[in-house]
Design a binder for this molecule. Sequence first.
Ligand code: PLP
Length: 413
Amino acid sequence: MHWIGAAMEQVRAQFPALHQSVRGRPAVFLDGPAGSQVPQSVIDAVAGYLRDCNANHGGAFDTSRRSDALLARAHEAVADFLGADDPAGVVFGANMTSLTLAFSRALSRTWRPGDEVVISQLEHDGNVTPWQLAAREAGAVVRIVRLQPDDCTMDLDDLAAKLGPRTKLVAVGAASNFSGTVNPVAQIVRMAHDVGAQVFVDAVHFAPHRLMEVSAWGCDYLVCSAYKFFGPHVGVLWGRPERLAALSPHKLRVVPDTLPGRWMTGTQNHEGIAGVLAAVDYLAALSPQAGATRRQSLIGAMAAIGAHEAALTRQCLKGLGQIPGLRVFGITDESRMEERVATFSFRSSRLSPADLAQSLAAEGIHVWHGNFYALPVSEALGLEPEGAVRAGFLHYNTAAEVDRLLDALSRLA
Ligand SMILES: Cc1ncc(COP(=O)(O)O)c(C=O)c1O
């Protein structure tokens, strides 16, 4: 058994929410793709901020100084989490959607009529509509790359065909929140850079599952949301500092023009950002061997998380494949575990997604139903308006919870 299996009780003991029960049975949290639970250290950090250093930014007095120092540490922690060199490239905000809407407006002011933006059918709407709105304002054209319905992967030939000398931006998800598909981000970045386009990565779904490596990927911008990686409801935008400095965000005149503050509108969610710092430290501490740096510990931790989740994925796919009348979307081939995370969307031939989710909820199994805002995926698969049922596993989920889901599905679906 790999380390996280052996240490599972210690991991789960840190998450108070995981100990809830529904009608006398332990609750099974498979709603992670919509938001993960948080460890006690994150809860303590949020409360601790409000208790010990609750203050606005930039004051000369003690609590404001300590608050600013803590926020600076949060920028450093997220830079480590993303594999970025410079914490000045880390911007906090309300959530991915708000950050992307603001960022897309700023970026689109560099586009000219006839310029092109490439997105894909595999995206969450948060990585679609902001670009469509921004393109409309700039007179730019949006080109949409096909997904391959058989395994819910991006058609890279179609991507190659859609790239050209007018492409200014490729906006791509690192992993799909519908099918769990992991996109070959580094390859997509190379293809985009070859035609002179920049790359914006939506890593919201990817972040709790795999190591983020903005430097190695070579992308230009990335967004993620801490509430998906065991932190509070705070969004993160990262950009190459020279690029963030070159753009002109809408901002107040009173705010200094320096990074990262020029992108962070208004007073931030300080207690939430304190929780983000604690979430990154929580993840680093999961490493089987403490690294010399937090980044090294995160590398070890994410590898361990990946191994545990791959085992859950195999178990789940095997079981789902044996349930008659259940259709699973995305990669089901066990030899392709690298290309997917432990997020499974499926439809039953007997019950609607809403009814199946309701029946599972009655057994204490928390799953999501609908299109999860991944509207283009649901449309491309012909699943609208009902969508599918989604069960998502995180590192705190167990093999016994996979069995609970499979057992319930084989009775209900
Ligand atoms: C892949 C993906 N992108 C974007 C979003 C939007 O994130 P936020 O809720 O932080 O705006 C989500 C939320 O579920 C998501 O899963």
